[in-house]
Structure formats: C-alpha cells, structure tokens
Design a protein around this ligand. Structure first.
Ligand code: FAD
Length: 536
C-alpha cells in the first residue's frame, strides 16, 4: 500500500463513493485513496433487495447497529440506529427508496443558512448528473448518470391496494415524487438495476478507476495535524497502525455519526468535551456533533391473512424458495422487493407550503425494526415527521474511534414534533379505513388502531423510533459558528473538508441517500474548481 496520495477520502458511503468516483475519473493525474472501515464486498444479503429484512435488524460485518442513549421523549427507551459498513456505506443495507427532498429545503439552505451554491438550481444539476432514470431524461431527471433509478419490477398487490385506498380516502396520487410536485401517494422509485440493489459502490466505483485506491477494512483512527494543517490520516489496518499522507487535502465522509466522531477524536470539537477525554484541542468548534436531526417514525403493525403479505409461516418459505429461483433466472419476483414499495408525502394542516409527513407502506410486519419477529402475516404503516424541530447530539464515549459514539437524537424534545406525528398517523389511518385496505380484515398488533389525542401520543412515545435519516452533525453555513463553510472546509484548520449527510444544515423532506450522493457530486465540482491547476 503506498502511504501517500493527493486526496484521502475517509468513508465509502453514498457521498464518499460519489466524490471518489467523480474526482478519480475527472482527474486521471490525481492519486486518490478511499478508506473504508468495512469490507470491500457486502455479499448476497445486500445484493438481493429483500435481504434488507436480514441486514437491518442485527449487527454484522456490514451493519454497525448502534443504540442511542435513553430518550426521555420515548419513555426512556433507547433507539436503534442501523448504519451500513463497507464500500457503499448505508446504501448496502437501506430500503433503496429514491427521493431527493423538496426543492424548498435547498432554497432554505441557501437563503436561511447562508449556504451559497447549494440552492435548488445547483443541487438539481448534481441530482441530474448522478441519475440514470430508466424512465428517461427530462427537465428534472437525468439519464446516463452512474446511479440507476427504476420502477419496481414486481410490484406487490397489497401496496397497490394501499395506493387505491389513498385515492378512496380523498388524498392526491403522485407517480413521481421527484417531479414538479412532491405531494401525494404512489409507488416509490428505487435504486436497483435488473432487480438487484444498485449500491453507491456499484454506481460510482465499478469498474474502479486506476488512480483510485479503495482501501477496505481500513479504519481511520484520527486526522494528523501539523500547525493547523491536516497532513495525514492515522489508520488501523490488519491490526497495525499506519499513517496515510495527503499531499493536497483530506475529506471526511464517514457519515452523520462517524464524521463528527472522527473530527472530535482528532481535536476539533467542543473544547470542554474534548478535554474531558484527554484530547488535545486543535480547534474549539462547539457545534461539532450538535444539530443532529432525524426522521422520527411511528409504525402501526396490522395482522392480516393475504397471500400478498409477508410472514414467516411455512407457505411463505416455499414462496421464498420459488422467489429465489425466479430472482436468479430473471431478476424478478418477491425477492426484488425493497419492502417499502409505496408511500408518499402529505400536508397535515392547511396553509403549509409543502408536505410535513412521509408515509411508507410495508407488506410485512416490521416490529421494532424487524428485531421482534412474529409468526403471522401482516403489514406496517409508517408515518414520519419530515422537518423535526427536535435537535440532538453525537458525543464521544471514549477517545478511541473503535468505540461507538454516544448518539442522542433528542427525539420529541420539541412538543411540536409530537403534534405533527399525531396528525400524520391520523392521515395514515384514514387510508387504512378506506375500502381497498378494509378488505384485508386487518387487526392491530399493538393498541386499538383507533387511538386519538393523548392516547395516541402515549402509544407514539411507547413505539416510535428512527426511520434512518440522521444528518446535520457537521453543519455547513454562512455564519462563523457553523462547522463548515459552504465550500465544506472545516473552519479553524486547513486542508480538511467534510462531505456527507453530516453537512446538512437542516434535514430534507425525504429519504437521504440521493441527497448524500448529490452532496458527493457537488463536493466534486467544488474540489475540481478549487484545484484547477492540479496538485502534487
Ligand atoms: C436501514 C436503513 C434504511 C434506509 N433506507 C433508505 C432509503 O430507502 N432511501 C434513502 O434515500 N435513504 C435510506 N437510508 C439512509 C441513507 O442510506 C443514508 O442517508 C446515506 O447512506 C448516508 O450516506 P453518507 O455518505 O452520509 O454515509 P454512510 O452511508 O453512513 O456511510 C459512511 C461510511 O463511512 C464508513 N466509516 C465511518 N467511520 C469510518 C472510519 N473511521 N474509517 C473508515 N471508514 C469509516 C462507514 O463504514 C460507512 O461505510 C437508510 C439507512 C438505513 C441505515
């Protein structure tokens, strides 16, 4: 392994893969290293879309499976935070739903957070460049980009019933949530190709560019500084420590939990907190690890008997075997399901300028993230708050990167989020009461399915948790308190940037993989413009 590169990128999630792939292909004269703590290949559980049912609930070589600190807003329960590990990051284990968020989110980044160069027109250019939408190109969609986006090949009939029920309930339908209007209910498009998961690694790193060294099973332990300049990354690889030097810059793309953790163990963060762990302060940056935002989700589980619904009974095992053969033969069938096939975006109050809740319909019972298994079949109705007011933190458990960080999402610390979620669950249940869903004769697994007001609030506190979109812990902004400037440079030191979901000043209204890829694409533009004359 050479120990010196022009650019060293830490973390191969959707943002790190996009950045590394773009930079390497745009500048064959640059030598780039992409460091990743997890494995180079994730295997069948990741490749087969339905494998998410096995990959998400438990810790493994490709899932950190973090726990949060106890959440007062959730009756003191600890939350679960699965996170992908390996080349591809969380795109190895996520639900593949392709959503960009609302254009107003990015207008607000630019207008309210001072993030010049991150308004709608700028990010749209990057979304389009990243995308290969199998529906083809138009003013809002790209074709020919690295990330394959497609309609599901074998849509589930229970999900179709959910969409029909939404229409019966008087809600608008939408067949493209990334089109001119986000609002409505419909099918999600997914990041798949020919029925298989299309991870960020497949999108950006296959075939790997010759000038890019992808160093898997290589964990960054800290950034090495001299005189306020980031010069190298100390890594653990094969049980030994080594230093990888960067001639130009180091880019941290370790995700919403990993990036603030790496900055803090390297001496950039709230001074008192670093000192309490005996870390020498290189730059007192109080907001590192603050501003954590996540989509809090409540899920109604309903028990029902229908061949379209999934469960773990014997007839299902036979169907899975047939499905496996069909998947191998033609890339179709039940194994190509991303489980969250349908859903949508709704406004819970008149007068809102954009949807404030998102629904995901799952044709199986997802109880406690799938960690609590049931023998019977059924479905799950997820509702989440798109722009939570609550804020949390990521802090250090120890000064060692190998220890998980302390994650405190601060769920429901702002009462308004609970009010929004109550209204969102009310809308979701309205759909479940419409004839197309009533025909399932479903019975709730928890509660009565009819709770309102205080009773519903109590059920939410007992059962709600993340739907996996933590962001914001190294926020960019135009103000001097922000961790990063809008060029993604870490304030207070030189030659160091952060490029991933952690940079978002505020959470976007939708799933966060496409925005993370967009961030990688936008960062590549910034770095290419900044280094036009070459490095080295
Ligand atoms: C279960 C689940 C379901 C989801 N479903 C969807 C969905 O359907 N649609 C959607 O759009 N989004 C979904 N998401 C969210 C989406 O996957 C993430 O927002 C996105 O992957 C974030 O990208 P990222 O680049 O910020 O970092 P991550 O994906 O978090 O990747 C960071 C990478 O950095 C590596 N790393 C961390 N620390 C170090 C270190 N010290 N040294 C070396 N490497 C390091 C990690 O191992 C990891 O590979 C889901 C997420 C999960 C977990």
């Amino acid at each position: 392994m050479p120990d010196s590169f022009d650019f060293v990128i830490v973390g191969a999630g959707p943002a790190g893969c996009a950045l590394a792939g773009r930079l390497a292909r745009s500048r064959p004269d640059w030598r780039i290293a992409l460091l990743e703590a997890g494995p180079a290949k994730a295997g069948l559980v990741s490749e087969v879309p339905l494998g998410i049912a096995l990959a998400t609930p438990r810790a493994s070589a490709i899932n950190y499976a973090y726990e949060t600190v106890p959440q007062p807003g959730l009756n003191g329960r600890t939350g679960f935070q699965p996170r992908g590990r390996g080349v591809g990051g969380s795109s190895l284990i996520n639900a593949m739903v392709y959503i960009r968020g609302h254009r107003g989110d990015y207008e607000s980044w630019e207008r309210d957070a001072g993030c010049n160069g991150w308004g709608w027109e700028d990010v749209l250019r990057c979304f389009r460049r990243a995308e290969n939408n199998e529906r083809g190109e138009d003013a809002l969609h790209g074709a020919g980009g690295p990330l394959n986006v497609t309609d599901l090949r074998t849509p589930n009939s229970a999900a179709a019933a959910f969409i029909e029920a939404a229409s019966q309930a008087g809600l608008p339908l939408n067949d493209d949530f990334n089109g001119p209007e986000q609002e409505g209910i419909g099918w999600y498009q997914v990041t798949q190709k020919s029925g298989s998961r299309f991870s960020a690694a497949r999108a950006y790193l296959e075939p790997p560019p010759a000038n890019l060294a992808i160093l898997a099973e290589t964990q960054a332990l800290r950034v090495h500084f001299e005189n306020g300049r980031a010069l190298g990354v100390v890594v653990s690889r094969g049980g030994a420590e080594a230093t990888i030097e960067a001639r130009a810059e180091i880019i941290v793309s370790a995700g919403a939990f990993g990036s603030p953790q790496l900055l803090m163990v390297s001496g950039i963060g709230p001074a008192a907190h670093l000192a309490s762990h005996g870390i020498e302060v290189k730059h007192d940056s109080p907001e590192v690890g603050s501003n954590l935002q996540d989509h809090l989700d409540f899920c109604d589980n309903l028990r029902a008997r229908d061949p379209a619904l999934f469960g773990t009974d014997l007839s299902q095992l036979a169907a899975l075997w047939r499905g496996w053969r069909q998947y191998r033969r033609e890339g179709r069938g039940i194994l190509t399901s991303n489980v969250a096939e349908a859903g949508g975006f709704l406004r819970t109050q008149p007068g809102l300028d954009r949807p404030d809740v998102q629904l995901h319909f799952v044709h199986a019972i997802v109880d406690d993230h799938g960690r609590k298994r049931h023998r019977f079949r059924g479905f799950s109705m997820h509702s989440c708050v798109l722009r939570p007011k609550s804020r949390g933190t990521v802090r250090l458990r120890s000064r060692d990167m190998r220890d998980p960080p302390l994650i405190d999402p601060g769920f429901l610390s702002e009462p308004e989020d609970l009010e929004t979620l109550v209204r969102g669950v009310g809308l979701a249940r309205r759909i479940l009461r419409a004839p197309a869903m009533r025909r399932f004769g479903a019975r709730p697994v928890h509660g009565t399915g009819e709770e309102e007001g205080e009773a519903l609030k109590s059920l939410i506190r007992q059962r709600a948790d993340t739907i996996y979109h933590p962001v914001g812990t190294c926020r960019m902004g135009g103000d001097p308190c922000s961790v990063l400037d809008p060029q993604l440079r870490v304030r207070g030191v030189e030659r160091l940037r952060v490029v991933d979901a952690a940079i978002m000043p505020s959470l976007v209204g939708g799933n966060t993989q496409a925005p993370s890829s967009m961030i990688g694409e936008r960062a590549a533009e910034i770095l290419l413009a900044h280094n036009r004359v070459g490095v080295g």
